[in-house]
Design a protein. Structure first.
Length: 280
């Protein structure tokens, strides 16, 4: 299956909000560089809608900010070229004190918790700030919460679920609404020799029971919508690790979860992104 690739040049102050808009319109993932980013869409998307959105955003930016310009190009990427596309930028990465994210063709590091990730078509190597922040916080709260049941909500490639299993959670569940993500996660479980993780296609409703830790790396608008569901599925003293939040959106997310009965514990920042920890 081919994929649509948009290379977008836009000033950094406006990049994150545009990525959020494109995610809401079906963007499967992005690869960022200093001066541009590349957004990927499935062949099944309405390409006219995506192009119209970019044209509108370009006109709005250039009308309201004379000193800024935006440009974009579009290509259709054949399926056979996809693996080479993401492999070019996938190098081993140490995260926190113990984790190392690496592709299958690299040697594992002694003394580290190795997370072997082949993103396949799920778009996610674990290098993004939001994923790194989740791993740092999971490591920080390792042993400080009951290491019983863990839910990776919006699991993508299954990275956080695999990390939770290797940290020692007794039962790990991963859920994602994208069937491509479930397929990629299943492959990554095999690469990491982890066989005790439940995979569910769907949202939190598909993952039964309650949890001692829920990690949700999802855009803030969806996190707000899920506030009650996530809160109701936490055990007493359980924690929620929430990521995918731009700094200016953090207060809105905190308010939504406090209204749902959780206590705000801490905020962790990485570049323009914020991750939150809240306790039942």
């Amino acid at each position: 299956m081919p994929y649509h690739e948009f290379t977008i040049r836009i000033p950094k102050p406006f990049r994150d909000m545009l990525i959020k808009r494109l995610t809401e319109k079906g963007c499967l993932g992005v690869m960022e560089d200093r001066d541009f980013f590349i957004a990927y869409f499935p062949d099944t998307c309405d390409i006219g809608t995506i192009t119209s959105e970019l044209v509108a955003q370009k006109a709005l930016l250039e009308k309201t900010n004379d000193e800024y310009e935006m440009a974009f190009d579009h290509d259709l990427i054949p399926d056979q070229d996809w693996n080479e596309t993401w492999k070019k930028g996938f190098t081993p990465l140490d995260v926190g004190e113990r984790f190392t994210i690496l592709p299958p063709w690299e040697h594992e590091k002694n003394g580290r918790i190795n997370l072997i990730i082949d993103p396949g078509m799920a778009f996610g190597t674990g290098h993004h700030e939001t994923t790194r922040s989740c791993l740092v916080l999971m490591e920080k709260y390792d042993g400080k919460v009951v290491m019983g049941r863990f839910l990776d909500l919006g699991s993508g490639t299954g990275l956080l679920a695999i990390a939770a299993s290797k940290l020692g959670y007794k039962q790990v569940v991963a859920a994602d609404t994208d069937p491509l993500a479930i397929e990629a996660a299943r492959k990554n479980l095999e690469l990491n020799h982890v066989i005790d993780i439940e995979l569910h296609e769907g949202s939190i409703a598909e993952a039964s029971g309650t949890f001692d830790c829920i990690a949700a790396n999802i855009i803030s608008g969806v996190l707000v919508i899920l506030a009650h569901d996530i809160s109701s599925r936490l055990n007493p003293s359980g924690i929620a690790i929430l990521s995918g939040i731009l700094a200016e959106q953090a207060d809105e997310v905190i308010r939504a979860y406090e209204r749902s009965g959780l206590e705000f514990i801490e905020k962790f920042s990485d570049a323009k992104w914020v991750s939150l920890v809240l306790r039942k």
